[in-house]
Design a protein around this ligand. Structure first.
Ligand code: SIN
Length: 353
């Protein structure tokens, strides 16, 4: 090769290499739904009393130019809401979009930006209905985008790294904030306003995001995503399931009200091991006689609700939630009811997911 041709070759290599490297970056789609991560406040110290769901997905992406170094990202605005307004219809819309995108060979993973208040519920719903091994990561923030030390940008960055990683494949839907990776099934928002609010009490989080990498140390043993038996492809509505809450002096009034309003299932967040006050139990027994499925969960938020422990569930024909919180048991019961109203079968489902 002549000297001139050699220099031309070196120059071509110089311009081609970065392009080739970029081609090897994972393709990650960011689906934005609103929340504090997209919130704005009046001043940089407004961390309470700001407005959620103001910044669009392109603004979220533009705020983190480092994303370009770790993935080919593109965004879609699926919703723009504060997550206390999340509902079943929005979940169906979001899940169908996630499934459609993950079926594309040019999509390697998905990040969903979400309000933190119901992040755990959306993540668990997706964990049950996404039909793919590809990573799906839900991220949120506790400080609005305008705040000093806003946590949204780093959470989004970590979420994109995680969604593009081989390590997250087949792990089910993940929730990633505060440099920690949590399983959708077990994570909960545990504090009203602190940045470390997402916790998996007792069972523990799955791993860390550190040094631009995902580090896993454990995984959920329960069925999820590609192994799930639930299919929402042809669903445009979910059955009505409501939650009642145990406390000293609780009565059957909320149970009766939900039954009268057409509930097909009731999850009771009972005291202790899912215990029921006499009046509440009488209301739930009457509900069961009308065909309503009753699930006993615990307001403690931890531990297994023992079948035939505080209540003889075989006799009452109730189902226990295993370790699911009431808000997650509601989701599983809605999906179970799309397949069966047999309580033995529903109990099997509760032990499997
Ligand atoms: C919300 O859940 O939309 C508001 C609160 C938050 O995102 O932290």
């Amino acid at each position: 090769m002549s000297f001139k041709a050699g220099r031309l070759f070196a120059f071509l290599l110089f311009i081609a290499l970065p392009a080739a490297a970029e081609e090897h970056l994972p393709n990650v789609v960011i689906l934005a739904t609103g929340g504090t991560i997209a919130g704005t406040g009046a001043t940089s110290t407004t961390t309470i009393g700001y407005t959620a769901a103001k910044v669009g997905v392109e603004g979220l992406i533009a705020a983190v130019p480092e994303l370009k170094k770790v993935a080919n990202v593109r965004g879609e605005q699926v919703l723009q809401i504060a997550s206390e307004n999340m509902n079943n219809d929005a979940w169906l819309k979001l899940a169908k979009r996630v499934n459609a995108l993950l079926a594309q060979p040019d999509v390697d993973g998905i990040v969903i930006t979400h309000g933190s208040d119901t992040t755990e519920e959306t993540a668990y719903f997706l964990n049950l209905v996404v039909k793919s091994e590809k990573p799906v990561v839900v991220v949120a923030a506790m400080r609005p985008s305008t705040a000093i030390s806003a946590d949204g940008p780093i959470n989004l960055y970590n979420g994109v790294v995680l969604a593009g990683s081989k390590e997250a494949v087949g792990k089910g839907v993940l929730v990633c904030l505060n440099d920690q990776i949590n399983a959708a099934r077990d994570v909960t928002k545990a504090s009203t306003a602190t940045a470390d609010t997402f916790r998996t009490p007792e069972l523990g989080f799955l791993g860390y995001m550190q040094d631009n990498k995902a580090h896993f140390y454990r995984e959920s043993t329960k069925r999820h995503t590609a192994q799930s038996e639930f299919d929402i492809t042809n669903l445009d509505k979910l059955p009505q399931v409501d939650i009642t809450y145990g406390y000293a002096n609780a009565s059957r009034v909320p149970v009766d009200a939900f039954v009268a309003a057409g509930a097909k299932g009731i999850v009771n967040a009972g005291v202790g091991d899912g215990s029921l006050a006499e009046g509440v139990k009488a209301g739930l027994l009457d509900a069961r006689k009308k065909g309503v499925i009753v699930v006993r969960a615990s307001r403690t938020g931890n531990g297994i609700v023992a079948r035939n422990g505080e209540v003889n569930d075989d006799q009452t024909d109730f189902v226990v939630s295993d370790t699911l919180t009431a808000q997650k048991a509601r989701i599983l019961l809605m999906l179970a009811l799309t397949k069966t109203s047999d309580t033995k079968e529903i109990q099997r489902i509760f032990y499997a997911y």
